[in-house]
Design a protein around this ligand. Sequence first.
Ligand code: GDP
Ligand code: MN
Length: 389
Amino acid sequence: MNIHEYQAKQIFAKYGVPTPRGIIANTPSQAMTNAQELGGKIWVVKAQIHAGGRGLGGGVKLAKSLKEVKQLASEILGMTLVTHQTGPEGKLVQKVYIEEGADIVDELYLGVVLDRAREMPVIMASTEGGMAIEDVAHDSPEKIIKVAVDPAIGFQGFHGRELAFGLGLAKEEQGKFIKFAKAVYNLYMENDAEMIEINPLIKTASGDFMALDGKMGFDDSALGRHPDIEDMRDISEEDADEREASRYGLSYISLDGEIGCMVNGAGLAMGTMDTINYMGGTPANFLDVGGSANAETVAKGFEIILKNPKVKAIFVNIFGGIVRCDRIANGILEATKITDVNVPVIVRLDGTNAPEAAEILKNANIPNIIVATDLGDGAAKSVAAAKGK
Ligand code: GDP
Ligand code: MN
């Protein structure tokens, strides 16, 4: 789960990570009132969407008067902001964060992510703040300092010094920076975050460090022990199809390809996607219908898959263990009655009662249902069907 910048900054503040003062607004006049309350002469109006690159897309603007705050807020609220992370369809801006303007001397980068290969969180820092870290990693990887922290010992002085020296910070800056990085590491761990990105982390004229931006993502499986973070969920920012799927106990992730996949078990789903790729096709989604595939879940699965106009064929690959194949075959037939399935459906059922299932599908004699004998056959037939062959 991801949260908005203003919410990440609320968490930062709790852990003593300095941020500019700011107030969230839903309307232009509220934006102006907020600016008045904050005081000062310069404000920043920031679109709140779950995507980075807002600045370049026109979603972050400086205002030099209260009137301008209102004007900019009215332009940004309701706009569909397109950034390199939103995709071409963009995201609707429903909230703006009004912040006091900061006095930027230098822009740095600080992030924490989980390195699965090392099985440790890794802190990343760079002097190249304010630009996409992906570009820095590509063009000048030596400018990113990475320090892995063993969670068993936590953030120690030597981790901090490695970061501070790597950034080439002046002696009087090092202590402040190390304290900053330590607080960020601690809030990452204590909240079961998966990712934190502060870009830019600025140096101000008074020689302090401040988080000017904040992105956080959390481990969904750990949300149960963080009700305060779960409350920050903004479902309007999440993929509507993925949300609907989760209501029916289906794990669904949408992808870019043409072949809809309906599979039971995450491992088999991954294997199915790999096999489709191997056969020269592209999966349109990951969908795990779980252990209890029945007519209703299969119908729901079809419905969600078919919302994607790119889908040219559906590959149903289900292994009948506890759930018997003949029941699934009947479920598929039921599902095609509930939902209008207008693309070829390739069905591979294996396991308990597989021969009976094949018989049921054959006897139903539905023209767009194609029975496959095994995974390779099913994937090949799906790829061919998606290509109109
Ligand atoms: P992002 O584009 O989604 O990553 O949004 P950011 O919060 O990083 O803002 C984009 C850029 O706007 C930053 O890199 C800064 O250069 C600039 N910016 C943000 N807040 C301020 C501010 O208070 N003062 C000034 N001068 N620039 C700001
Ligand atoms: Mn940023």
